[in-house]
Design a protein. Structure first.
Length: 316
């Protein structure tokens, strides 16, 4: 049997590198594409082939055209909601422009290559629907980041209908886990871990009652493997090929802080700051479709996931 080939864009990031590890463990040939704007070289698996390029570049398109990939896991992105608010044009350039560059490259190969797109279940639905958010809910994002992610899904649906592109969109809730960068990425779990280790106060924006659905990175990586092997879904409406990935459990920022302090067996003060523009009040996703259509369910309880994450940070 021919070894299957997968390209992981953003494969030096904490999610992308974990996805790459999962495919390697399953016997795939893995190529990682990253420009190291936020990814870390030590995260790239030693058994993977590395291509250093920006997803907006001709080099990235050439990598796809020449790579004979069976699957492209597209995780490279501008991932900071706050950055998208302050510089929406940059967010559009990377998240929409870069993604379309890759789609066009896949189309140009003429191969039956599946794209697996890292979308967002945390930002795409907005605050006008009642959580838990279902894939078919109306989309009304509160930030340029969420708008761009959904725009990419619309482009994918167009390419599927018109150019027969095979794709799956995975709408992540708030992913956390080992390798997350507390300095360069918008990940509150990583930030809180580092501050607890340093004995510094945890900054909570607003009253800390805003909730999120925290899903462990290993569970998200496993979903990519399942999506790679899923039978092709007929081209139709944009939500037909989308799956939420989360736990369907809401955790407030204050409860998250307390859970991490419990995992660390260490107390630090909480300090409140002004609420941030573009931040949703509640965000939790329904995962029923992922259970039935993808055969996926989260396996990591949040208390254990927080403990593993804190221990990883503490060991470094």
């Amino acid at each position: 049997m021919t070894t299957r080939r997968v390209l992981v864009t953003g494969g030096a990031g904490f999610i992308g590198s974990t996805v790459a590890d999962s495919f390697l463990a399953d016997g795939w040939s893995v190529t990682v594409l990253d420009n190291f704007a936020s990814g870390k070289r030590p995260n790239v698996p030693k058994a993977a082939t590395l291509v250093e390029a920006d997803i907006r570049s001709p080099e990235a398109a050439a990598c796809i055209r020449d790579g004979q990939f069976d699957v492209v896991c597209h995780l490279a992105a501008q991932i900071d909601v706050r950055k998208s608010v302050t510089d929406p044009a940059f967010d559009v350039d990377v998240n929409i422009g870069g993604s379309v560059n890759l789609m066009q490259a896949v189309h140009a190969t003429g191969r039956k290559t599946r794209m697996i797109f890292a979308s967002t279940g945390g930002a795409v639905y907005g605050d006008f629907v009642e959580p838990p958010n279902i894939e078919t809910y109306q989309k009304d994002p509160e930030s340029p980041y969420g708008i761009a992610k959904f725009a990419v899904e619309l482009y994918l649906a167009y390419y599927a209908r018109v150019h027969k592109l095979d794709y799956v969109a995975l709408r992540f809730a708030n992913v956390y886990g080992p390798r997350q960068d507390p300095h360069g990425e918008a990940g509150v779990v990583a930030i809180f871990c580092q501050r607890i280790i340093d004995g510094k106060p945890l900054t909570v924006f607003g009253d800390g009652g805003q909730t999120r659905d925290y899903v462990y990175v290993g569970d998200v990586a496993r979903a990519h493997l399942l999506a790679a092997k899923l039978p092709t879904i007929p081209a139709g409406r944009v939500d037909d090929r989308a799956f939420n990935l989360g736990t369907q459990i809401e955790t407030s920022v204050v409860d998250l802080a307390r859970g991490l302090m419990q995992a660390a067996k260490k107390e630090v003060p909480l300090q409140h700051a002004e609420a941030r523009a573009g931040e949703q009040r509640r965000s939790v996703v329904s995962i029923q479709k992922a259970k039935t259509g993808l055969g996926w369910t989260p396996e990591m309880p949040i208390a254990e996931g927080l403990r593993r994450t804190y221990d990883w940070f503490a060991s470094r």
